[in-house]
Ligand binder design. Structure first.
Ligand code: SER
Length: 314
């Protein structure tokens, strides 16, 4: 049975990907690696390490005889602007380490890019797979660099590295993180707890979004796809639904009628305005059969139910 390493295992996506992989392959097959965000009640194999440290990474890969790596560690758009240098070191340095170790140990690697790879010069509606990539955040710069690195390592060394550009991910297990699209999660966290929410984007801001279950499915499906079907070694565009902040508020209000939201766009508005409104992901759908399952209504219902359970609110 193959052993899997997940870096960034306690972040927004890792917190859901690890249990999904444990369920699919068994608890003993999945090594969850975290650094600052490790949770104390984790049930499974745990390693605490920094992906900037290549020697420690190599020793973990050897120790468990790792075959597949899901390299999720990343600072996001808002957190990244606070310290662009550290963002570069973690996002690019960590990825470069993983790719080099991938060549050395013959690993198969998943690494996520993001809609942040696009910028204000990119067409914003139905953004094509091949288009202008001129990001305005350090996070986006590291994603474009990462896409190029992945492609290069595939061309030069034949490394089996696979990638998608995640849209904004909507999830409930971790609190809203330092991203622009996480206004969605923040509105729900506040709404479910009966608190007023101040949305940091304007009501008409439209962004591409995806429920975390769909993101996990895409991630695992891409890794399961036979190698010959993978035609792109940069990152595949990936999409589910697009909606405005106001439409998100209205979808939540169907479940929480007394939801109170006020709109106070801040510096995050500029970031959101540089990203696509919708994405053309037809190549992912054609090459490896990607198909999303969660509509706006379905994800809102599930998010509210899960968060009510989480906060023990009936
Ligand atoms: N959720 C991310 C962010 O907003 C986008 O990849 O930074």
């Amino acid at each position: 049975m193959k052993k899997i390493l997940v870096t960034g295992a306690f972040g927004q996506i890792g917190s859901e990907l690890v249990p999904a992989l444990q369920k699919k392959f068994g608890k003993d097959q999945v090594v969850a690696m975290g650094h600052k965000t490790v949770t104390s009640n984790f049930d499974g194999i745990l390693e605490k390490a920094d992906t900037r440290d290549k020697d420690i990474l190599a020793s973990i890969i050897k120790k468990y005889d790792i075959v597949d790596v899901y390299h999720l560690v990343s600072l996001l758009s808002v957190g990244g602007e606070k310290d662009p240098k550290v963002t570069w070191d973690i996002n690019v340095g960590g990825l470069k380490n993983i790719l080099e170790l991938g060549v050395e140990f013959g690993l198969k690697i998943f690494w996520p890019s993001s809609i942040a790879a696009f910028g204000s010069t990119t067409p914003r509606d139905n953004t094509p797979q091949e288009t202008i990539l001129e990001p305005t955040t350090m996070y986006g710069v590291t994603k474009v660099t990462g896409e190029n690195l992945c492609r290069y390592f595939n061309i030069k060394y034949g490394l089996d590295v696979r990638s998608v550009r995640y849209p904004g991910i909507i999830s409930w297990k971790t609190p809203p993180s330092a991203g622009t699209t996480e206004y969605t999660v923040a509105m729900l966290y506040d709404g479910v707890q009966g608190k007023g929410n101040t949305c940091w984007l304007g009501p008409d801001t439209m962004l591409p979004m995806m429920y975390v279950n769909d993101a996990i499915k895409a991630t695992i499906d891409l890794m399961d796809t036979p190698v010959l079907k993978i035609k792109l070694r940069g990152s595949y565009n990936l999409a589910a639904v697009s909606f405005t902040a106001k439409q998100w508020e209205e979808a939540i209000r169907k479940h929480i009628p007394d939801l109170k939201v006020s709109y106070k766009p801040d510096e995050r508005q500029k970031i959101a305005d540089s990203w696509p409104k919708s994405i053309d992901d037809s190549q992912a759908r054609a090459d490896w059969g990607w198909k999303h399952e969660y509509s706006l209504e379905k994800m809102t219902k599930e998010m509210v139910e899960n968060l009510r359970k989480e906060f023990s609110i009936s």
